[in-house]
Design a protein around this ligand. Structure first.
Ligand code: C5P
Length: 223
């Protein structure tokens, strides 16, 4: 049986890929399935946490017992997370948030006109960066990084820049890792400099492994 080691803790998980509208019928998005975030939410429920799942659109059923907050865009996700952050003990940002959104959202469907169409994009808020700035000592912040090159250097830079306790980094070019798959291959980067390379595993198993790391971190800093 599973430990009740998150009993009484409030855990917020974000999941899915945000959708950034272009016009009433089109959007820009990414290949995130939401599986990792949903697996984390389910695992946290099993271990006794009170779980809020802030989800961009996915084709998954929310795990029983979570409070589901459905959003579409990065800005909606930003609002939903910021509103709730101060009451959370653990925040795990598994969502694939669009870095940019179309600068203009057309009121009507964009017509086919010339041979080319130029879209102007503007930057979205970095939710995780903002959380890192606001984080209180009792809060544990976990980020994800999907990389296609220089995994280690990029991961360490994100861990520091975003003021995270733990960064889960995967090389999405490896078979069996990243978007859409049921398995993942990750490295865990800890704030204290430790790095753990995990073997390929099911996202459900990995979810529990990540929560083990969270529990361990919290026992060090809060005992
Ligand atoms: O910088 P990068 O997008 O690779 O960082 C990934 C981490 O930051 C993920 O945990 C993701 O959910 C989070 N993120 C965010 N807001 C953004 C972009 C990324 O919270 N606008």
């Amino acid at each position: 049986s599973l430990p009740d080691d998150l009993g009484g803790l409030k855990v917020l998980v974000t999941a899915g890929g945000t959708r950034e509208p272009l016009d009433p019928v089109r959007y820009i998005s990414n290949r995130s399935s939401g599986k990792m975030g949903y697996a984390l939410a389910a695992a946290a429920i099993q271990r006794g946490a009170v779980v809020t799942l802030v989800s961009a659109p996915t084709s998954l059923d929310p795990p029983a017992g979570v409070e589901l907050v459905s959003v579409e865009t990065a800005r909606q996700m930003y609002e939903a997370v910021m509103e709730r952050f101060s009451t959370q003990d653990v925040v795990i940002k598994a969502a694939a948030v669009a870095d940019y959104r179309p600068k203009i959202v057309a009121g009507q469907k964009i017509k086919k006109t010339g041979e080319t169409l130029i879209l102007e994009l503007e930057i979205n808020p970095d939710i995780l960066y903002e959380l890192g700035q606001r984080k209180e000592p009792h809060q544990t912040l976990v980020g994800f990084a999907a990389e296609t090159e220089d995994l280690e250097a990029n991961a360490l830079q994100k861990l520091r820049k975003k003021n995270l306790d733990l960064l889960v980094a995967n090389d999405v070019t490896q078979p069996g890792a990243g978007f859409g798959t049921d398995t993942n291959i990750v490295k865990l980067f800890y704030r204290d400099g430790r790095v753990q390379s995990l073997p390929v595993m099911d996202k459900k198993t990995l979810a529990h492994r990540i929560l083990d790391a969270v529990v361990e971190l919290r026992s060090q800093t809060h005992s």
